[in-house]
Ligand binder design. Structure first.
Ligand SMILES: NC(=O)c1ccc[n+]([C@@H]2O[C@H](COP(=O)([O-])OP(=O)(O)OC[C@H]3O[C@@H](n4cnc5c(N)ncnc54)[C@H](O)[C@@H]3O)[C@@H](O)[C@H]2O)c1
Length: 310
């Protein structure tokens, strides 16, 4: 009975930003719970590989190239997926970017880029998915958006943090509006996750995150498998408008000193980087034994080096 609650056999899902990172993790989790999963991304080469991997789990999959900021591409993407799968049950809107820079001279172009992908693109996807769900009623559907702990704490800059705060409110509003169509709309807020976005982040930052996180390790895409399966499955049928924070306790306090550990964390530093290394290999990028590639996001590496005095 409880197993059935989380079973996604026969369900048809799509995940945006799914070539690598958190999106790839969501896709792998949904497929392993039984769903067929469409991989939606800008990166055609890596996205196609990820789609092939989903097939190797015994599920149906297709890759659709789509820029989520382009409404006509989003509508065409839903059409192509429904044509192939016959229906859509789960839409995971995850594509997102960050552009570093202080807010005194952050450019309007960069502001628009971040808001367009993280907020407007997410709205276009949710809208197109909901229209499809309404056509299929009374079954309805599940929408899951990726927000961030950056909706609650001030750790990046105004464009990123405001976009993520916007995702939480977008989620709540659509949940209130679309419950009438049997559509659940929820979001997941991770903390720092070792995806390619963090491939250039120095090791010292990982150490600091471990020291300031009660559960004691840096989050991996794998830590979102349970949350995404829960929100995609019947187990969450009465849950809507939720921002599910998954942060190992990182945001529970404004820590002044490193936390003392009584026992080793469940995940070792080597295990933290399993998917990061997998993703960098899929992107055909080099990396060291810690899964670091300094040239993928040098701006992030430099910002952390300055902040940490490295
Ligand atoms: N990594 C973290 O620490 C972290 C923490 C909290 C939230 N998030 C959020 O999680 C989501 C995924 O992040 P990630 O760390 O896996 O990032 P990532 O950069 O590793 O991967 C993002 C994927 O999205 C794709 N993408 C970017 N713009 C797109 C567009 N316009 N249309 C379609 N696809 C596009 C990229 O090609 C890439 O495959 C983002 O919304 C991000 O803001 C990340």
């Amino acid at each position: 009975m409880t197993q059935h609650l989380f079973d996604l056999t026969g369900k048809k899902a799509l995940v945006t930003g799914a070539a690598v990172g958190i999106g790839r993790g969501y896709a792998a989790a949904l497929a392993q719970a039984g769903a067929d999963v469409a991989i939606v991304d800008l990166d055609e080469k890596t996205g196609q590989k990820t789609s092939d991997e989903i097939k190797s789990f015994g599920r149906n999959s297709l890759f659709v190239r789509c820029d989520v900021t382009k409404k006509e591409q989003v509508d065409a993407m839903i059409e192509e997926i429904v044509e192939q799968f016959g229906q859509l049950d789960i839409g995971v809107n995850n594509a997102g970017i960050g552009i570093l820079g202080g807010d005194l001279d952050f450019s309007p172009e960069n502001w628009n880029k971040v808001i367009n992908v993280n907020l407007t693109g997410m709205y276009f996807c949710a809208q197109a998915e909901a229209r499809q769900f309404v056509k299929q009623n009374p079954v309805g559907g599940k929408i899951i958006n990726t927000a961030s702990m950056s909706a609650r704490i001030c750790n990046c800059n105004a464009s990123y943090n405001a976009s993520k705060g916007g995702v939480v409110e977008l989620t709540r509003m659509l949940a209130a509006e679309w419950g009438t169509y049997n559509i659940n709309v929820n979001c997941i807020s991770p903390s720092y996750i070792l995806s390619p976005m963090h491939a250039s982040t120095p090791l010292e930052v990982r150490t600091r995150i471990r020291e300031l996180t009660p559960l004691g390790y840096v989050q991996r895409p794998e830590d979102l498998y349970g949350p995404v399966i829960f929100l995609a499955s019947e187990a969450s049928n009465y849950v809507t408008g939720l921002d599910l924070l998954v942060d190992g306790g990182h945001t529970l306090n404004a820590w002044l000193t490193p936390l003392q550990r009584e026992t080793p964390p469940r995940i070792s530093p080597e295990q933290e980087t399993i998917q990061l290394k997998h993703d960098l290999a899929a992107m055909e990028l080099p990396f060291d034994e810690n899964g670091i590639n300094e040239s993928l996001h040098p701006e992030i590496a430099n910002a952390f080096k300055n902040a940490f005095g490295l």
